[in-house]
Design a protein around this ligand. Sequence first.
Ligand SMILES: N[C@@H](CCC(=O)N[C@@H](CS)C(=O)NCC(=O)O)C(=O)O
Length: 276
Amino acid sequence: MDVVSEWAAHGGRQLVCKHQSTATGGEMTFAVFLPPAAKEGPCPVLWYLSGLTCTHANVMEKGEYRRAAAQAGLIVVCPDTSPRGDAADDPAYDLGQGAGFYLDATQSPWAGRYNMKTYVTEELPALVASEFPADMDRQGIFGHSMGGHGALTLALGLPGRFQSVSAFAPIVAPSQVPWGEKAFGAYLGPDNTAWRRHDAVAMIEDGARLDEILVDQGEADTFLVRELRPELLERACIDAGIPLTLRRQPGYDHSYFFISTFMADHVRFHADRLTK
Ligand SMILES: N[C@@H](CCC(=O)N[C@@H](CS)C(=O)NCC(=O)O)C(=O)O
């Protein structure tokens, strides 16, 4: 692993790192913030998964997580959203590079390199554990849009891995919306039973459980009705008895102006559950 950029921030350090990834078959870049407490000993790890078109850099530059993470003593890791370089791609913004959907693709030409689930849940955690003072027994996960989908589905699929889960404007039911139908059809093929294992609402309907979930959703988000549909998660959580705090935020859109507004609330939500 190489540290390619490093800045002092809020008493800690913001790093950008590159490494050769077996899971995705190429070079991958991620951002990691080390709080001041990391100088003294292991700190809990909070994973942030980004949305369509993003790299590791969007949230690092616009998400404004560092002050709260420094105060709480959390390491924040921000992976990229897909394989890069000579990996297969598509001209559309919602498929291929920048749109990995946090699953392991089974269909050509994506299978083999589009293994973002394995990358985010196995390869990168092993690297983080070996390179940084990370307490891997205390991990939380959150994300935005496609990354909110990733946070929910990875946590639902790995019971006990994450002690805290939250999302900004997540895609909650990809099997039922155009972004998900397109990506799942390409990456997983036409068999909808495979789709259900990567769909938060379907996973809950099929018995997966979380202790609690925090979601913020902007009411002026142009993707709300067509792609995000938080009411489907609300219904599934009520039926399953999962405590969901769904905060509908009037006037906020899908952008990092929305995310950064509520970022400190989310970091503190995770810190309350990871640092007790
Ligand atoms: N406006 C985008 C749609 C994709 C989009 O809104 N991406 C969100 C995540 S789903 C994002 O975070 N974009 C990058 C940014 O705002 O920095 C486009 O049409 O290309």
